[in-house]
Ligand binder design. Structure first.
Ligand code: PRP
Length: 180
């Protein structure tokens, strides 16, 4: 039986605020430089990336828009990454330079499917930016254009990342203890 939220203990802090702030500034500079002269359309993939997206777009020195999508795996389809759209974009991405904003790339299945799906809507380009990356967990070969930092294969929470919906509000990223 899964342990209730209050019985889970934070084992140790993995990423502090200074580190997060530093990579957000770096990513903001890189993206602003790479897309100079263009406009950007950010897609925040709910829920986990809401905090990162809010911080990142404040470091973008270009005209930009942001919209939100909510996706989840179909029941029984976690191994294929086929996603169900719970909330779609409110506007068209045709002809726009799109950047999908994720909190974490794990197996890569969600993004692989989402990127294919969005590519059919004729954007001018489509890229991916993630705060955290767990490359050792990858199951599909997907190119992630911008990575805040790589993290080890541990269960992490905070800065948008959750356990059963909790812990997203931690300003830093922590590793949860698996001890009962
Ligand atoms: C997380 C994350 C990605 C996905 C990555 O979302 O935000 O969308 O998992 O996993 P993958 O690379 O193995 O596909 P989650 O399903 O936890 O939803 P949430 O953002 O609402 O917490």
């Amino acid at each position: 039986m899964p342990m209730p939220y209050r019985e889970k203990k934070i084992d140790h802090m993995l990423v502090d605020r200074e580190t997060i702030d530093a990579f957000i500034k770096r990513l903001g500079k890189e993206i602003s430089r790479d897309y100079r002269g263009e406009e950007l359309f950010f897609i925040c993939v709910l829920k986990g990336s809401f905090m990162f997206a809010a911080d990142l777009i404040r470091e973008i020195d270009l005209p930009c828009q942001i919209d939100f999508m909510s996706v989840s795996s179909y029941a029984g389809e976690k191994t294929t990454g086929v996603v169900k759209i719970n909330k779609d974009l409110d506007s068209s991405i045709a002809g726009k330079h799109v950047l999908i904003v994720e909190d974490i790339v794990d197996t890569g299945l969600t993004l692989n499917h989402l990127k294919s799906l969005l590519s059919t809507r004729n954007p001018a380009s489509i890229g991916i930016v993630t705060a955290f990356d767990k490359p050792m967990r990858r199951r599909v070969d997907i190119h992630v254009d911008y990575v805040g930092m790589e993290v080890p294969n541990e269960f992490i929470v905070g800065y948008g990342l959750d356990l059963d919906g909790y812990y997203r509000n931690l300003p830093e990223v922590a590793v949860l203890s698996d001890k009962e």
